[in-house]
Design a protein around this ligand. Structure first.
Ligand SMILES: Cc1cc2nc3c(=O)[nH]c(=O)nc-3n(C[C@H](O)[C@H](O)[C@H](O)COP(=O)(O)OP(=O)(O)OC[C@H]3O[C@@H](n4cnc5c(N)ncnc54)[C@H](O)[C@@H]3O)c2cc1C
Length: 290
């Protein structure tokens, strides 16, 4: 197996164009497991770790532009106050070692339905910046997932960055696993309230072939909050709204029975997580006088 170590992004794109079968390597926390278990034997690995710009992030025009090689640890330590939902999710990933190596770009590359970075990115309406020698294209993150462990990358393309609109309100993330740490989600849920435009963002993880937004439910919750004048008043959240929200989120999922849990358990867990994250987010909204 060839091991290719480009020193620049342009070089990486040139190699990927010439050798589309070369598999990109970021933190290696998914890829090395596959190689070690013999599940994959690519002709070449394209090591991206020497490309410094992939590990950088900045803020441009109301968006965080997160380089694909930004690790979960960086998200927690450098972006915890800006991307609260993604940081909450990052804190639940694996162990300190995995968070130190594992990247947001690698999470997208694997495109597992259980990837923890996905729900907060979906709830905020992020977009994936994809590059090749032909140029750059931007794909909304909810169109990036093409099926279980399949994504929208074409041969010769690499993920360069993720553009994440800066949240205007509270965000929450919740995950159910079989224990507290080092666990792949049995089900997960992300919520973002967007008071600036009176909208709601959601995403369900690990309960369908791809992570997905519950778009109809987002609209119903936003309308219920608007009808009650709650966006302006920040008054108490009626229990009926939270309960209905929980039920609608559970109904929007497409879970299966597998080794980690049953479909019924996942649906029930999602209804509880949706209700709870809404209560937490609303409390944050009430406490933040704006
Ligand atoms: C013990 C353990 C615990 C884990 N716990 C969790 C968990 O709790 N939650 C969770 O979500 N994940 C978990 N994972 C999975 C893994 O850590 C994450 O998916 C991580 O985000 C992968 O990132 P990476 O940088 O290590 O990717 P890599 O392993 O380097 O790559 C992953 C995939 O993405 C592709 N890729 C990487 N970078 C790019 C790029 N720039 N462009 C195109 N393709 C690219 C690779 O070719 C590969 O197919 C765990 C893994 C282990 C081993």
């Amino acid at each position: 197996m060839e091991f290719l170590q480009p020193g620049s992004w342009a070089e990486a794109l040139a190699i990927q164009a010439e050798m589309p079968a070369a598999v990109p390597l970021a933190g290696g926390t998914d890829l090395m497991v596959e190689l070690n278990f013999g599940a994959r034997r690519p002709p070449a690995l394209l090591d991206l770790t020497r490309i410094g710009e992939l590990r950088q992030w900045d803020i441009q025009g109301g968006e965080v532009r997160l380089g694909a090689g930004v690790t979960f640890t960086q998200v927690i330590t450098e972006l915890g106050d800006k991307l609260r939902g993604l940081a909450l999710a990052a804190r639940t990933v694996g162990s300190p070692q995995i968070r130190h190596r594992g990247t947001v770009g690698g999470n997208l590359g694997t495109a597992s339905p259980a990837g923890d970075a996905h729900p907060p990115l979906l709830a905020l309406g992020a977009a994936v910046e994809i590059a090749s020698i032909r140029g750059t294209r931007s794909v909304p993150v909810d169109q990036f997932f093409a099926g279980a462990k399949r994504n929208a990358l074409e041969p010769g393309e690499l993920i360069e960055a993720i553009r994440i609109p800066l949240p205007s309100g509270p965000e929450q993330f919740s995950k159910i696993g079989t224990r507290n740490a080092m666990v792949i989600a049995v089900a997960a849920f992300s919520l973002a309230l967007h008071p600036d435009r009176q909208e709601v963002g959601t995403s369900i993880g690990s309960a369908g072939p791809t992570p997905r937004r519950a778009r109809q439910t987002e609209k119903l919750l936003a309308a219920a909050l608007a009808d009650g004048g709650l966006w302006e008043s920040r008054g108490g959240l009626p229990e009926a709204i939270a309960a209905e929200f929980g039920g609608l989120v559970a109904a929007a999922a497409e879970p299966i029975d597998d080794v980690r849990g049953t479909a019924a358990y996942r649906r029930h867990g999602l209804s509880v997580m949706a209700r709870r994250t809404l209560a937490w987010a609303w409390q944050d909204y009430q406490n933040d006088s704006g």
